[in-house]
Write a protein that binds this ligand. Structure first.
Ligand code: E9O
Length: 601
């Protein structure tokens, strides 16, 4: 699916702004929404209204906005497009049903010409924030009736972030001619020795063109290659590589022609770079890459999980200042705007599905695992997420396939990969991702602390071993000496069992209350956070196949209520307002000294 841009043949109308909003009630979509409540889009609805009822609401909400389409566009193809609606949406134009989409973090669209009238049109959307054992993320759903017989729904998140919901990303209408470019797939095959890239471009069209022309332009706008056809191969000589923190983007200009005239045109940017996993190393353009960075969240004040481009720009600046080069889109696909920004800024991204919460219960009893027998914790018999998982792999790869910034797919975060049935669940999903990705990027899933080398059943499926580890926090709390031994012991064990697979941390961290200091370096203090990171760095540097450190978390973030969470998870090295905690100085020094390429040859 192409991102909506305006070109010589396309117009984009923005429906962002203040919408009407209402919770719960069944409404007659033929009538204007009976509410005086305002809600800004894009953003989560939860924190905008100063209302506990709205903030904690589980179930359905309604959004409505009037819009007018210029008459000049009525003969064009008009497409209504949502960057995302979290987690499920039913869309109506002038009271008529247009489209339904389930899955809160991927875009969807529909042609709306037949629904439009001249003058004011009414766009109504019903959004659900419900999650259960069939959805991703996974939620524990329950309902009961109150004294008036009204259904009270409840979602207990099976994950550690607030269940923000609503119209999180831009809502747009874009036009195309009736014959149009529908999709573009770009595969830049880089030959490093020959300093050349053979760029395969496949174009999918709607309607009919006499000819499709593809022109490859460099950053200065010079033509470097041109070909005609819907499946072309263009050679770029002296190719300018897309490098981590040193981005270079080419543009594929695709034109659909009829009777010698250009009818539709679309410009898709791409980077030429080569990603490989070899001999326990992660190679970008033939050199070993070292991941320095973060697990993040889309999480800001008032906006909740809604797109906030100022925070996106700011966060990337903060990362760069620290010498970081990468992040993982924990625990769901981030906005298309963020992905485009990362392409431009040279930020390396591990692109994750919303498959989080794939466990039946948290067991902290490590002795079960040490017995070496099978663990049947019920996850893979209780959850029915396969269909949602396949759908989101399809939609994510379809959306992000051309991004230079994406170097690996993360199929899930912290599933019960130690328990019976996990391999059978994941093997077909990995196969699907590998089949669908035209660029054949490496794939991983993020391994939970319980799933140690001998216990995990799914490591054979991954190209890179991605670990979330909390020695010194959830276990050996406050005892960094033992935590260091455990960390070393486990990393060496992974390396020995899987000598060809690179190993990285995709989470490690300690909750830290900004401004809390301790002369004894107690847990929760800024001193402890720094000691914790110093301990981990020391071990990382001893392990040859350890190729990256993405800490947890970039910033403090909102979660559901719980005795372990005081207004959210405090493992940020920045506060939610992006003020640095003490450890930022230490990590900035370390990361600025570690080269992005060639650190561990
Ligand atoms: C997922 C992330 O969303 N990983 C969690 C993070 C956290 O801070 C959370 O925010 O809690 C850590 C999971 C830790 C599991 C520990 C199991 C301990 C077994 C010995």
């Amino acid at each position: 699916m192409l991102y909506p841009i305006s070109t010589d043949s396309r117009v984009v109308m923005d429906l962002n702004g203040v919408w009407k909003f209402m919770i719960d009630n069944e409404v007659d979509v033929n009538q204007p929404l009976p509410t005086g409540e305002s809600m800004a889009v894009p953003a989560s609805f939860n924190d905008q209204a100063v209302s506990a009822e709205i903030r904690q609401h589980c179930g359905y909400v309604w959004y409505e906005k009037e819009f007018t389409v210029a008459k000049a566009l009525f003969n064009e193809r008009l497409v209504l497009r949502f960057g995302s609606a979290t987690h499920e949406a039913w869309v109506y134009v002038n009271g008529k049903f247009v489209v339904h989409h389930k899955g809160g973090f991927t875009p969807f669209e529909a042609e709306i010409n037949e629904f439009l009238v001249s003058g004011a049109n009414r766009l109504t959307i019903r959004v659900s924030n419900l999650l259960d054992h069939t959805t991703l993320p996974v939620g524990n759903y329950s309902e009961k009736k109150d004294e008036n017989g009204k259904i009270i729904r409840k979602v207990d998140e099976n994950f550690d972030f607030f269940n923000y919901a609503g119209l999180h990303r831009p809502v747009k209408i874009y036009s195309t001619p009736l014959n149009y470019i529908d999709d573009i797939v770009i595969v830049p095959n880089v030959d490093l020795a020959a300093k050349k890239a053979d760029v395969q471009v496949s174009v999918k069209t709607g309607g009919h063109f006499d000819e499709v022309r593809v022109t490859i332009l460099d950053e200065q706008g010079n033509t470097v290659a041109q070909a005609t056809g819907t499946e072309i191969n263009a050679a770029i000589e002296n190719v300018h590589l897309w490098q981590p923190l040193n981005a270079y983007l080419y543009t594929a200009k695709v034109e659909g022609l009829k009777n010698g005239e250009v009818e539709d045109v679309y410009q898709e940017q791409f980077g030429a770079r080569k990603v490989e996993v070899k001999n326990g190393k992660f190679l970008i353009n033939g050199e070993s890459f070292y991941f320095k960075g973060f697990g993040k969240h889309e999480d800001t004040f008032v906006h909740g999980r809604g797109l906030d481009e100022a925070y996106n720009v700011h966060d990337i600046k903060l990362m760069k200042t620290m010498g970081a080069n990468s992040f993982r889109t924990s625990h769901y696909p981030y906005s298309e705007e963020m992905m485009r920004l990362c392409d431009q800024e040279g930020i390396v991204v591990i692109d994750e599905t919303p498959a989080v919460g794939l466990f039946a219960s948290f067991t902290f009893d490590l002795s079960i695992l040490e017995k070496g027998g099978e663990i049947e914790d019920g996850t893979w018999t209780k959850l029915r997420t396969t269909e949602a998982h396949q759908q989101v792999i399809r939609e994510l790869i379809d959306r992000d396939k051309n991004h230079a910034c994406v170097v690996m797919w993360s199929i899930a975060n912290e599933p019960a990969s130690y328990s019976k049935g996990s391999y059978e669940y994941f093997a077909p999903l990995f196969a699907l991702a590998r089949e669908l990705d035209p660029q054949k990027r490496p794939c991983t899933f993020v391994n939970i602390m319980l799933a140690t080398p001998k216990v995990d059943k799914c490591t054979d499926l991954v190209d890179v071993i991605a670990l979330n580890r909390y020695y010194g926090w959830y276990v050996q709390t406050g005892d960094l000496k033992t935590a260091e031994e455990k960390t070393r012991q486990e990393l060496l064990e992974w390396q020995e069992m899987y000598p060809d697979k690179p190993i990285m941390y995709t989470e490690y961290g300690a909750d830290t209350v900004a401004g809390f200091h301790s002369a004894f370096g107690e847990p929760f203090s800024e001193e402890y956070q720094e000691d914790y990171y110093r301990m981990n760095s020391k071990v990382f540097d001893e392990i040859p196949n350890f190729v990256g450190e993405q800490l947890w978390n970039f910033a403090d973030f909102q979660t559901k209520y719980g005795i372990m969470r005081v207004q959210g998870n405090k493992k940020g090295i920045f506060t939610r307002a992006r003020e640095p905690k003490m450890v930022v100085r230490y990590l900035s020094k370390r990361w600025n000294e570690i080269p992005n390429l060639g650190y561990k040859k």
